[in-house]
Design a protein around this ligand. Structure first.
Ligand code: GDP
Ligand code: GDP
Length: 455
């Protein structure tokens, strides 16, 4: 590194940063209008979570990356809708339940000006039951005079209320310090203690693609394992199913089996549920209804899984219904609409007839293997050396930026740091990714490449 002009400490720092494992998840929950979205905006330091969203409007994004005091984590915003057919209490509870399930810690937001309501109390009961660490945010304390209102919230029994003004930023730093104290370094649900436990699969896809049919098919034909394995958390929403002689944990299946028919906000619930399942899983099996055109919603779900860095299998369901013409158009659509996961193993299945069910497990295993691949530094640099010699970066401003060396900083998914002598253009980065895939496989996994440029 030194002879290439990089300081050893910089190199180590870059590797550590890029090699971070899966990030812990913080959920922000509370009643409508207490300021959850405003607070999420504060936390992520962007105006991305949309406060002006209309009630019931679908949000395609519920998780965001954030950083505080040098630590990175994910934030799940649940401020997506206002009310629905279940009535306010049940809605808030359902929403909070989904988010809490996927979270490693929770910020519970209460409107200090209003004080604790019955709905707030209902959420407190859920939080108690879940047993996850909670930080209580007493919001809308815009000035000194509001501090007394915040103090009343001790009565909720969740410990110290942290007075904040999400709108003006007052107190949010102290609150985030408190969050970091209770937030684990890595998501425990997903990557914590259960080493050697069953691999976790999220079966996801938009409504009606056949998730519950597929789950029933695999669960009925194969042995459903009683949830009593040592070292597995007894989570009623997860199901252990033996497939191909191996026990797998299908996460969040309650949402698939017990389908609540909601009108308003149903799409929003669906995205929240999907995000929660993806966070808990190692591999996502994304179900697409092959009989219908691939939709924007399908693409969003794919993006969610890719951005979460999970291993991915694409399963095209309802294959029994396809005629030749539809098959032709489906292939075109897959090429144009789902190019972002062209690297994912694919199975064409029918939950109805059981077609190709036996191909599911090998595809999942392939994706997990890609997800865990580690390329030795020597091999990587031999590959990079040849690549750069054969296909140099285009000359810019009279200079030729060069990749000098690289290393794989982490797995699950594979993360690379490349060290370069100058700015590396996006097109060249994509080229490198393509060639990395050609050389080392990485079937079924997103890969991350970050580039450090010598000062
Ligand atoms: P959510 O439904 O819980 O996501 O709430 P929003 O973030 O959409 O906020 C609801 C309303 O409360 C909006 O009009 C915000 O501007 C307002 N609000 C949020 N935080 C604060 C705050 O700290 N102080 C004051 N005065 N108003 C706030
Ligand atoms: P979910 O909303 O994703 O859980 O979808 P469901 O499992 O409830 O399925 C939605 C509809 O598609 C139901 O009417 C199923 O019977 C039907 N369906 C599911 N899988 C298949 C399949 O492989 N072939 C056919 N023809 N229909 C299917």
């Amino acid at each position: 590194a030194a002879e290439e002009g990089f300081d050893l400490e910089d190199v180590e720092g870059a590797i550590e940063e890029a090699g971070h494992g899966p990030l812990p998840v913080l959920a922000v929950v509370g009643r409508p209008n207490v300021g959850k979205s405003t607070l999420v905006n504060r936390i992520i330091g962007r105006r991305e979570a949309v406060v002006e969203d209309k009630p019931g409007v679908t949000r395609d994004r519920v998780t965001y990356e954030a950083e505080w005091s040098g630590r990175r984590f994910k934030v799940v915003d649940t401020g997506g809708w206002e009310q629905d057919v279940l009535g306010i209490d049940a809605s808030v509870a359902a929403q909070a339940e989904y988010a809490i399930e996927a979270a490693d810690a929770v910020v519970f937001v209460v409107d200090a000006k209003v004080g604790a309501t019955d709905t707030d109390e209902a959420v407190v009961r859920l939080l108690r039951k879940a047993g996850k660490p909670v930080v209580l945010a007493a919001n809308k304390v815009d000035g000194q005079s509001g501090e007394a209102d915040a103090a009343y919230l001790w009565s909720l029994g969740l410990g110290e209320p942290h007075p904040v003004s999400a709108l003006h930023g007052r107190g949010t730093g102290d609150m985030l310090d408190a969050v970091l104290e209770v937030l684990p370094d890595a998501p425990e649900q997903t990557f914590g203690t259960a080493v050697g436990g069953p691999r976790r699969i999220a079966l996801i896809g938009r409504p009606n693609v056949g998730k519950s049919s597929l789950l029933n098919k695999v669960a009925n034909e194969e042995r459903v394992v009683v949830n009593e394995l040592a070292g597995t958390t007894r989570d009623p929403v997860d199901e252990l199913i033996e497939l191909g002689g191996v026990t797998w944990k299908f996460v969040d299946t309650a949402g698939i089996r017990k389908r609540v028919h909601l009108q308003q906000g149903a799409d929003y619930y669906a995205s929240l549920r999907t995000a929660a399942a993806v966070e808990k899983a190692e591999v996502a099996v994304i179900l697409i209804d092959a009989s219908e055109s691939i939709s924007v919603q399908d693409q969003r779900i794919v993006t969610m899984a890719v951005e979460a860095g999970r291993a991915i299998v694409m399963a095209y369901n309802k294959w029994d219904t396809l005629d030749e013409e539809r098959r032709y158009y489906l292939e075109r659509e897959i090429e144009t609409e789902l190019g972002q996961v062209a690297w994912a193993p694919r199975v064409n299945v029918s939950a109805r007839t059981g077609r190709h069910m036996e191909k599911l497990v090998p595809a999942i295993e392939t994706a997990l293997a890609g997800w865990e691949t580690r390329v030795p530094t020597g091999r990587l640099n031999a590959f990079l050396g040849e690549l750069v010699a054969a296909h140099p970066h285009p000359i810019r401003g009279g200079k030729q930026p060069r990749i000098l060396f690289g290393t794989q900083a982490g797995t699950k998914p594979p993360r690379f740091v490349l060290f370069a002598s100058g700015f590396i253009e996006a097109g060249y980065r994509r080229f490198i990714e393509r060639r990395l895939r050609e050389e080392f496989g990485f079937e079924g996994t997103p890969i991350h490449i970050s580039v450090r440029v010598r000062e």
